[in-house]
Design a protein around this ligand. Structure first.
Ligand code: FAD
Ligand code: NAI
Length: 466
């Protein structure tokens, strides 16, 4: 029987990164994966395919609507959806091969099959009618998450789809009804909107992107409406009748009341994700789950069973690939006897639409609720030279700083490339920096990042270009 220092169950960004770090630290490591390919949700049906389609559909839209105003004359672009899907698949394959390479490079054994924890130190792997058991000093659960379902609405991944089906539609729907104005709804809604679908988003709450700064969400909603998105906030879909040629969705006010029917071609259900522990054997092995089905861990990723750890989407916290990766690194370091650590106060979040939305640290709502005295500096891209010449002026940068100490507590950006721009704020916050530190840092001209410097200057009421 094979014996390891560490067996990681699941090869998403949490699992494979944890395995690589553990191997770097000298451990003999195996990963277990029940899918045919490595990389988990993120590489196969999440972050990466969605970003490929966001990029391709943005290029399509730019060619159709933005080239002419820059004096680039092309004939109207034609959509070749199978080729676009092929572009997406090439991206997936490239990244999956990259993970395979990393496993080989770090001498990590890849055991294909479903992993079941038989108890501390024992993992059974079964698949293709075969089963084997391996011994290991440590186990890391990195089994990720699955789509949350809506009672009474059956996902067929053809007409009523989750994000997985929405990444592989065979044709552009005339009408797309999105349930949930969260990250998936707005990203994948954007893809199909750009390719020609009429998109209506039904959201239970009275705002989009819950969790993001309220002012940011409000302005972003207006930008999306300008692009043609329709929103029905404070509403819920209670049923979808799939018996006819078109789907008929029953929509009610969130608090209940008179129902309306919306006809559509495709319904995308994206109301969140749930931790995935099916078949893992947690109950039998005595591994405690919390009241939301997440594997319970302490501050060192340790579960209720000694030698068994858990990271990523299957534990509490934001369901983000980079959070899973950082937990993977910290967990491997802790297993190796080092002081691995994740700073949960500085985890950036990005919505990869056009424009993008990015955020790190506290929102205004969170600061108000916590009774923290803060000052705010805001700078719009309409006043940023580079954005003006490129005619991409939607959005703004907002910096929230402690009123007494000037320490930056949160940064929120709506605007092109906001996802790349957020990281200087993250680094600053990791070092406990102030708005004054940002304001006195020389920023290259002309860049969109100058808007961050100006927002920092605006905290001290001395922005130059406003
Ligand atoms: P996963 O990536 O879910 O990997 C878990 C792996 O474990 C899977 O491969 C699964 O097959 C395997 N597994 C499960 N049970 C077993 C078992 N018993 N035995 C063997 N293997 C098992 N996050 C971002 O940060 N940025 C984005 O842009 C982004 N875009 C997204 C877009 C979409 C459409 C979706 C759905 C998600 C997106 N996410 C994004 C979220 C991101 O995908 C997750 O946060 C991330 O994948 C979590 O990583 P993980 O390693 O915890 O789990
Ligand atoms: P989400 O949590 O972002 O949004 C779900 C939305 O659905 C919320 O606004 C919620 O209020 C709403 N909702 C819930 N029940 C509803 C109902 N019955 N009717 C109408 N609306 C309802 O979840 P989403 O978009 O499914 O994404 C899942 C997770 O995947 C995200 O939490 C995120 O962590 C991750 N993800 C991250 C991305 C990124 O980082 N760019 C991209 C895509 C996904």
């Amino acid at each position: 029987m094979a014996t390891y220092d560490l067996v990681v169950i699941g090869t998403g960004p949490g699992g494979y990164v944890c395995a690589v770090r553990a191997a770097q630290l000298g451990m003999k490591v195996a990963v277990v994966e029940k899918n045919a390919t490595l990389g988990g949700t993120c590489l196969n049906v999440g972050c990466m395919p969605s970003k490929a389609l966001l990029h391709a559909s943005e290029m399509f839209e730019e060619a159709a609507h933005s080239f002419a105003k820059m004096g680039v004359s092309v004939s109207a672009p034609k959509l070749d959806l199978p080729s676009m899907m092929n572009f997406k698949q090439q991206g997936i394959d490239g990244n999956v091969k990259g993970v395979e390479f990393l496993m080989k490079k770090n001498k990590i054994d890849v055991l294909y099959g479903a992993g079941k924890i038989l108890g501390a130190g024992k993992v059974e792997i079964s698949g293709n009618g075969k089963s084997q058991t391996v011994d290991t000093k440590n186990i890391v659960i990195a089994t990720g998450s699955d789509i949350a379902r809506l009672k009474g609405i059956e996902i067929d991944e053809k007409r009523i789809v989750s994000s997985t089906g929405a990444l592989s539609l065979e044709r552009v729907p005339e009408k797309l009804l999105v349930i949930g104005a969260g990250v998936i709804g707005l990203e994948l809604g954007s893809v199909w909107k750009r390719l020609g679908a009429e998109v209506m988003v039904v959201e239970f709450l009275d705002r989009i992107l819950p969790g993001m700064d309220g002012e940011v969400a409000k302005q972003f909603q207006r930008i999306l409406e300008k692009q043609g998105f329709a929103f029905k906030l404070g509403a819920k879909v209670t049923a979808v009748d799939a018996s006819g040629k078109t789907l008929k969705a029953t929509v009610e006010p969130a608090a209940g009341g008179t129902a309306a029917t919306i006809e559509t071609d495709v319904v995308l259900v994206c109301i969140g994700r749930v931790p995935y522990t099916d078949g893992l054997g947690c109950k039998e092995a005595g591994i405690a789950l919390d009241n939301r089905g997440r594997v319970q861990i302490d501050a060192h990723f340790s579960t209720s069973v000694k030698g068994v750890y858990a990271i990523g989407d299957v534990v509490a916290g934001p369901m983000l690939a980079h959070k899973a990766e950082d937990e993977g690194v910290a967990c491997a370091e802790i297993i190796a006897g080092q002081a691995g650590h994740v700073n949960y106060d500085v985890i950036p979040g990005v919505v990869y639409t056009t424009p993008e939305v990015s955020s790190v640290g506290k929102t205004e709502e969170e600061l108000k609720q916590a009774g923290v005295a803060y000052t705010s500096g805001k700078f719009p891209f309409t006043a940023n030279g580079r954005s003006k010449v490129n005619q991409t002026t939607d959005g703004f940068v907002k910096i929230l700083a402690d009123a007494k100490t000037d320490r930056v507590l949160g940064v929120h950006i709506v605007g092109r490339e906001a996802g790349e721009m957020i990281h200087e704020a993250a680094v600053l916050m990791e070092f406990g920096g102030s708005a004054e530190d940002l304001a006195r840092t020389c920023h290259a001209h002309p860049t969109r990042s100058e808007a961050i410097k100006e927002a920092a200057l605006a905290v001290g009421k001395r922005a130059i270009h406003m």
